[in-house]
Design a protein around this ligand. Sequence first.
Ligand SMILES: *[C@@H]1O[C@H](CO)[C@@H](O)[C@H](O)[C@H]1NC(C)=O
Length: 498
Amino acid sequence: MAKRRVDRRVAPSPDIRQGRADASVRANQYSESAASDRKLIAIYVFFFIVLPAVSVFVYVTRYGPNTNTKPRQPTQNLVKTDLDYQEILRENSRVSKNESHRHYTYPVLAYITPWNSKGYDIAKRFTNKFTHLSPVWYDLKSQGSGLVMEGRHNADQGWISELRKNGDALVLPRVVLEAYPKELLGKKNLREKAIDIIVSECKEMQYDGIVLESWSRWAAYGILHDSQMRNKVNVVLAWAYSYGANFITASVILCGHILSNQPPSLFAFFIILHKIDQERAIPFYIGVCPQNLGSEAVQFIKQLGHALHSVNSGRSNKQPLQLFYVIGPPHSEKLQVHDFGPEDLQSLGDAVDGFSLMTYDFSGPQNPGPNAPLPWIQFVLQVLLGSSGKGGVTPAHKIFLGLNFYGNDFRLSEGSGGGAITGRDYLKLLEKYEPKLQWEKNSGEHFFLYVDDDHISHAVFYPSLTSISMRLEEARLRGTGISIWEIGQGLDYFMDLL
Ligand SMILES: *[C@@H]1O[C@H](CO)[C@@H](O)[C@H](O)[C@H]1NC(C)=O
């Protein structure tokens, strides 16, 4: 039934257009002859009223909401830079009939938030467009001297079972590690407790794993201030152990290494020097060995990953539970020590199944502009993955390039301000201000300017089919997946691109 309707609507279109062209030629011949019999009037009516009407009807229905005009998608003609606001208003809710068809083979993670509940429906309707769905439900918090996982009340089991009926997308709720970092990372029993709580919640609620967010908080608390310590100190310790009798001295030097932030090679040199000439060895550094929270932080993620991997999902697929980890883009041109860098990527590669890379919020109210300029996205990928030519170890497929499905409405006059807007807000602005959309070539984003009722000028950046397409293509070229923040804020026709 459905298929027949598609055939009927789509197939006649080219023929009819051609027919109309022929018609006007023939109609002209008729008018020259100036004949006036009934037949001619009938032909006129047919060619100038019926045929155009049918053409219009076919045109409208062809781009209507319920058609799949493979290989041409209804949205395809809107992937362009000279976009009219009316086109967006007209087309934004239209999608291809086949809501399962995917255009890319790479994995797609989508976030869903309880405060934009439209995302729940999008996830149900387009389940097969996604490989991973992350409802934003949990916070792991400090409570007294212990920990508590908050957010079970958000969990919607009915929704999850519908998703599972619809497809294979994994459900990995997001957990934010709110717990006071120095407490959590500093105490072994708390770290173990945290891992236990997370794994138990997954088992009990039949999740496929979690998405963990903690890095930005740890960085804010100064836990990650030494990238070298994050990854290397454990190796150095093992090496020091092998010195047996010299262990005490080695420990003193190790503390010195930690305090002075000397590279491990220099540290090794000191130990060798000490071994050669024990009598006259000078205690190079004296100090109390501080606890290395940076190393514990990375260690914690690894332990959590391995704990999750050791449990199989309760679902029929019996796959190990997965750990996704949220990472931010570098803060500046040069990688800062607390930035998540290539070494961290390498070091966590086994423990983490996917890194959700937040390549958005490049601009803010203080510096209005595009949300995620394409050259900046390319730069971030370059920093994390190195030049593509190197090949080999870089786990590009574990990176999930972040795409914003929200936009920003910035105030440009009367002080800075403004902030995030959803697709619905965007449509309202288009309706009200009928703006001229502009293409910002350097960043690869659409935007428009308007002046509000209080005479304050604004700049609005919101993703377009064009800007999203470019980023999806970038992910394909770099061999990454994508992550979307978040589907409740987007417009329906974005789904057509996935
Ligand atoms: C929809 O797309 C999926 C995935 O590409 C495909 O397997 C399925 O056959 C399509 N369904 C129809 C009705 O075309």
